[in-house]
Design a binder for this molecule. Structure first.
Ligand SMILES: C[S@@+](CC[C@H](N)C(=O)[O-])C[C@H]1O[C@@H](n2cnc3c(N)ncnc32)[C@H](O)[C@@H]1O
Length: 503
C-alpha cells in the first residue's frame, strides 16, 4: 500500500529545524543523537498545516462540543479532523487514543462515523465523555427549564455542608462558596434528573472550580491568591520569623459565586447543544460506538485483542515535569478523590513528573499475569539496547554530577518516560491492523543543556518495535526554551512534532 500524500504545502528549508548541537558546550557525547538527526531528517517536513493553536487547546475553545471541558492540554478538533482524513480513517473503522484527555480524538471520530476506544487515568475524562456523547440526546427545552429552576435555588442560611478537599486544595474557596459547592453538588446528586443531565451539571461545576477558587492554574503548579488560607498562614509564619512578605502571590479580584458561573456555563452548553442538534446530522455519530476505560494505557492496552485498530491519534503527557494531579487538584478533590487516590494517580501517570517511580516491576508482574512474559522481555530488551536512550541517560547523569540538573528526579523521569512509551508503542503495534497509521503529537525538551529529541527517539523505538516511520511533521513555530536554560546554555530550536508511523 502506498502512503497517503500527507500535507503537501509550502516546503521550508529544513536546516533551520535540524539540531546540530545536542549538548551545550560539547559537554557530553552527542554521537547517537546526531546519527538520529541524519537518519530521520529526510522524512521530516515543516508544515503550516498545523499551528501551535491546532496542537493545543486554543482552537477547541472556539469549537462548540469540544470546548465543554476546559482542558488546556487538549489538542484541537481541527487537528484530529485533518489527521483522520490524511491517515485514511474511514466510517466504520476504529480509532484509538490511549491518552484521551477531554476526548477530542474519539469525539471527532464519532462525528465522522468512526468507532473510538480511549483510555485515561483522570476521572474528568469520563464526565466529559458522558456529556459530549449525549449531545444528540439532550432536550433543549428540558435543559432550559432546569436552568430556570437552578436560578431560583439559594443556599439556606443555616446550611453547614463542606466540600471535599485534599491537602493541596485546603481552603481553596471562600467559606460561602464552599457551602454553595457542597449544596449544589448534593442537589445534583439527589435530583431525579437523568444521568446525562447530572453529568452535564457536574461538568459545568468542574469548569467553574478554578474561577470560584483562590487558585489559578499556572504552568506546573497552582498559584494562590493573597486571601487564601495557605498564603495567609505562610505570611503569618514569615512575619513571626521577621521575613519580608511573599512577593509572588496573586490577586484574583472579586470572585464570582458558583451559582453565577454554573448558570453561565449551562447557558453556553445549551446554546451549543441547540446549534449542534440543528446543524449536524446525527446519523454518523449514532452509528459509531465508543469504548472508554478509566485506567492506565500501560496496563490496559495489553488486554486488548491484536489487529483491531485502524488508526491511532494521540498526544501523551509531554516529558516536561507537568503534573496533571497537581494542576487538576481542585477537579480531582471535587470528584471525590482522596489524598491517597491522588498520590496513586500521580504514580499512574506516564512518567512525566520528577516524583514518578519506575513502573518496570509492576509491568513485569502484569505481563506475567497475562501470560506475556516473553513479550515483556522483548520490549525491555529493545529499551535497554537503545543507544540513543543510553547516551541521553548518561548525559543527564553527567549533568547532574556537574550541578546542571539539581533535581535527580529528572533522570528517573526521562528514563521512565521513554521506557513506558516503548511499552505503549509495542502494544499499539500489536493491536493495530496491518497498514494502520499511528500519529503522536509531542514536544522535544531540554534539561541541563542536553536536548532530548523526543520525536526522533520515539520514532527509533517505534521502528525497532516494527513500525515503518512515514513522516515527522514539525511545526513551523518552534517551542521556546525555558529562560533558565537559555541564560545558561543559549538558545536551541526545540521541535514540536507529529510523528507518523505505519504498521
Ligand atoms: C496531552 S493530554 C491529552 C489531551 C487530549 N489529546 C485532548 O485533546 O484532550 C495527555 C493525557 O494523558 C493522560 N495520561 C497520563 N498518564 C496516563 C496513563 N498512564 N494512561 C492513560 N492516560 C494517561 C493524562 O491524564 C492526560 O489527560
Amino acid at each position: 500500500m502506498q502512503d497517503p500524500k500527507l500535507f503537501k504545502d509550502i516546503f521550508y528549508d529544513i536546516s533551520e529545524w535540524k539540531v546540530s548541537s545536542f549538548s551545550a558546550d560539547n559537554f557530553c557525547s552527542e554521537r547517537e543523537r546526531l546519527r538520529l538527526e541524519e537518519e530521520y531528517i529526510s522524512i521530516t517536513e515543516i508544515t503550516d498545516k498545523f499551528t501551535r493553536q491546532s496542537v493545543s487547546y486554543q482552537l477547541s475553545k472556539k469549537d462548540s462540543l469540544h470546548r465543554w471541558l476546559k482542558y488546556k492540554e487538549g489538542f484541537s478538533a481541527e487537528l484530529v479532523s485533518l489527521l483522520i482524513d490524511d491517515l485514511n480513517i474511514q466510517k466504520g473503522d476504529t480509532i484509538l487514543d490511549p491518552f484521551l484527555g477531554s476526548g477530542t480524538t474519539t469525539l471527532v471520530g464519532m462525528l465522522n462515523g468512526v468507532n473510538g476506544i480511549g483510555f485515561d487515568i483522570l476521572p474528568m475524562t469520563k464526565v466529559a465523555l458522558n456529556v459530549k456523547n449525549s449531545v444528540f440526546l439532550y432536550d433543549v427545552a428540558e435543559l432550559t427549564q432546569l436552568r430556570s429552576l437552578l436560578e431560583s435555588i439559594n443556599v439556606p442560611s443555616d446550611y453547614k455542608g463542606q466540600a471535599n478537599y485534599i491537602s493541596i486544595t485546603q481552603g481553596a474557596y471562600p467559606t460561602n462558596t464552599e457551602k454553595e459547592l457542597s449544596y449544589f453538588s448534593q442537589w445534583n446528586k439527589q435530583s431525579d434528573n437523568s444521568e446525562e443531565i447530572k453529568s452535564l451539571i457536574t461538568l459545568c461545576i468542574l469548569n467553574s472550580l478554578e474561577r470560584i477558587s483562590y487558585s489559578a492554574k499556572d504552568g506546573q503548579y497552582l498559584r494562590w491568591d493573597f486571601r487564601s488560607e495557605k498564603v495567609q498562614e505562610a505570611e503569618k509564619r514569615r512575619k513571626e520569623q521577621g521575613k519580608k512578605p511573599l512577593s509572588t502571590t496573586l490577586d484574583k479580584g472579586p470572585l464570582p459565586s458558583l451559582k453565577f458561573l454554573l448558570l453561565e456555563e449551562l447557558s453556553k452548553v445549551i446554546a451549543d447543544i441547540e446549534l449542534i442538534q440543528q446543524s449536524v446530522d446525527d446519523s454518523l455519530f449514532n452509528s459509531a460506538k465508543l469504548t472508554f476505560i478509566e485506567g492506565s494505557a500501560l496496563f490496559e492496552l495489553p488486554k486488548l485483542e491484536a489487529d483491531i485498530i485502524n488508526g491511532v491519534i494521540t498526544s501523551p503527557p509531554y516529558c516536561n515535569r507537568y503534573d496533571y494531579t497537581r494542576t487538576y487538584a481542585l477537579e480531582l478533590a471535587y470528584l471525590g478523590k482522596s489524598e491517597e487516590d491522588v498520590k496513586s494517580l500521580r504514580q499512574d501517570l506516564l512518567s512525566c513528573t520528577v516524583e514518578n517511580k519506575t513502573k518496570i516491576e509492576r509491568l513485569k508482574d502484569h505481563y506475567c499475569a497475562l501470560n506475556k512474559l516473553q513479550e515483556f522481555n522483548r520490549i525491555l530488551n529493545i529499551i535497554n539496547s537503545n543507544k540513543t536512550l543510553q547516551e541521553i541517560n548518561q548525559a543527564l547523569i553527567s549533568r547532574h554530577i556537574n550541578g546542571d540538573i539539581n533535581n535527580k528526579g529528572v533522570l528517573k523521569m526521562v528514563d521512565g518516560y521513554f521506557s513506558e512509551l516503548a511499552f505503549i508503542y509495542a502494544e499499539l503495534y500489536r493491536i493495530c491492523k496491518p497498514g494502520a497509521y499511528v500519529a503522536f503529537v509531542n514536544d522535544n525538551v531540554r534539561y541541563g543543556g542536553e536536548v532530548i529529541p523526543v520525536d526522533f527517539l520515539s520514532t527509533e523505538l517505534a521502528e525497532q518495535i516494527g513500525f515503518t516511520p512515514v513522516k515527522i511533521y514539525s511545526l513551523r513555530q518552534k517551542k521556546g526554551n525555558s529562560s533558565q536554560q537559555m541564560k545558561k546554555f543559549g538558545r536551541v530550536p526545540l521541535r514540536k512534532s507529529i510523528t507518523i508511523w505505519r504498521k
